[in-house]
Design a protein around this ligand. Structure first.
Ligand code: AMP
Ligand code: GLY
Length: 425
């Protein structure tokens, strides 16, 4: 089968890396890809219009298209591929609303009794400010729409909360995504990422993982797309796992079906494990990045039949056969200095081969591109240096050996990925 992967980050490099190992895959294309993906798949340009890509996919007899990021899903790429009679993995536009509007997600949770932070949604600045005046900080202030993981501003003080509302509703720091603002109470606890595949009815949980969203050590600094990840996440005990499936995952998937928006694809639930049990921080409608970098290396089974089963609504028949490696995985992101604020690109990257030669290490590319003979930086998150080893401690150690072998000017990596998990072991 020929496969098309859409996206250009570390998540997509890991997806392509996993797909290359499948007996069923004859050829992989990726649009628009990056320098790492170019080593194992054929890169094609990303056209402006989804219909042009679907026409191309039809002409090439592409058997499966996998959409990596949330934006094309929210814009309806799956719908367009379906109209062309093509199989595309991911929710359609109506279902992708679960990630594309935080207010929509909050309403779905309220309707279905799914535990989450108390909240209110506002479009009016005066009303939002009055609400903050009536409630104590800290609160979390969120742009309703998609903002590349950066639309959440913690309001730790009254002043910060007011400033956050102004940034979103008045300054329009996230454009139309900030036409409305969700203000919610702070949840206290430890976070975990819970990933399931679903065909709209049956839900197949992946092994657990956890990312580090803040830019600097000790979970300080600014919110980023994710500076590293590890799997398993020991905070999710078997009892909690069961609780999340029964009280969060199934009510969400059933709730979407009930309102005529059946959800097929990846449901990624961002959880806070509070004293009162697990609560939803956010829903995403695609694999996490960098969580994908630690999930796929642990998946022993072929991914292709599972993704197709989500589309064909036959996931339950495959569930019993899914196998995972017992080893742990850790991923350390190397970012451009300054990220998530503005940063420079075009820095030459060296040592990629040396890192890959270290036992258990695979280097997934995110913001990279070819420049003549060199591979250079081309984005905020540049590489995801990933290692698989018998235990989490060893996996983290090997990933950091990989990081030490790689160089580019002003590279920044956190030095404490996995620290919360290590405290538990
Ligand atoms: P989100 O994009 O909604 O996942 O938010 C980004 C990050 O902000 C989350 O991963 C949490 O670390 C933090 N966050 C968001 N909402 C809350 C909340 N209600 N309480 C505590 N932390 C939150
Ligand atoms: N790592 C967080 C995300 O993918 O949204």
């Amino acid at each position: 089968m020929k496969i098309l992967v859409i996206g250009q980050g570390g998540r997509e490099h890991t997806l392509v890396w996993k797909l290359v190992q499948s007996q069923r895959v004859e050829k992989i294309y990726c649009a628009p890809g990056n320098a790492g993906i170019a080593q194992i798949a054929e890169i094609i340009p990303m056209p402006d219009r989804f219909t042009d890509l679907a026409d191309w996919a039809e002409s090439q007899n592409i058997g499966l298209t996998i959409v990596g990021p949330e934006n094309p899903l929210a814009e309806g790429i799956v719908d367009i591929f379906q109209e062309h009679g093509l199989k595309a993995f991911g929710p359609n536009k109506r279902a992708a609303r679960l990630e594309a509007s935080k207010d929509f997600a909050k309403q779905l949770m309220a309707k279905n009794g799914i535990p989450t932070a108390a909240h209110r949604t506002f479009t009016d600045i005066e009303k939002a400010m009055a609400y903050i005046e009536d409630h104590n900080a800290p609160v979390f202030v969120k742009a309703d729409g998609l903002a590349a993981g950066k639309g959440v501003i913690p309001g730790r003080t009254f002043k910060e909360a007011l400033q956050a509302v102004t940034t979103i509703l008045v300054d329009k720091a996230f454009g139309d995504a900030g036409d409305s603002v969700v203000i919610e109470e702070e949840l206290i606890g430890e976070e975990a990422s819970f990933t399931v595949l679903t065909d709209g009815t049956y839900c197949l949980p992946f092994v657990t993982s956890q990312d580090h969203k803040m830019s600097h050590d000790g979970d300080t600094g600014k919110n980023t797309g994710g500076m590293g990840a590890y799997s398993p996440a020991p905070v999710i005990t078997p009892e909690l796992h069961n609780d999340v499936m029964q009280r969060i995952v199934y009510p969400t998937v059933n709730g979407m079906a009930d309102i005529g928006r059946p959800f097929k694809g990846v449901l990624y639930v961002g959880l806070m494990i509070t004293d009162a049990g697990p609560k939803v921080v956010e829903f995403n409608c695609r694999f996490g990045d960098p969580e994908a970098q630690v999930l796929f290396p642990r998946l022993k089974s072929d991914l292709v039949p599972l993704l197709i089963a989500c589309i064909d609504e036959t996931l339950e028949q495959h569930a019993a056969d899914v196998q995972w490696h017992d080893e742990a995985a850790a991923c350390v992101v190397m970012a451009s200095g300054g990220y998530p604020d503005p940063y420079e690109t075009g820095e030459i990257i060296t040592g990629l081969g040396d890192a890959a030669a270290i036992e258990g290490v695979t280097v997934f590319h995110a913001g990279t591109k070819h420049d003549g003979e060199n591979i250079v930086t081309a984005g905020g998150r540049v590489l995801g240096v990933t290692a698989v080893a018998d235990g989490l401690h060893e996996a983290i150690q090997q990933a950091y050996r990989g990081v030490s072998a790689i160089h580019f000017d002003k590279a920044h990596a956190r030095s404490d990925i996995g620290y919360r998990a290590l405290e538990k072991l």
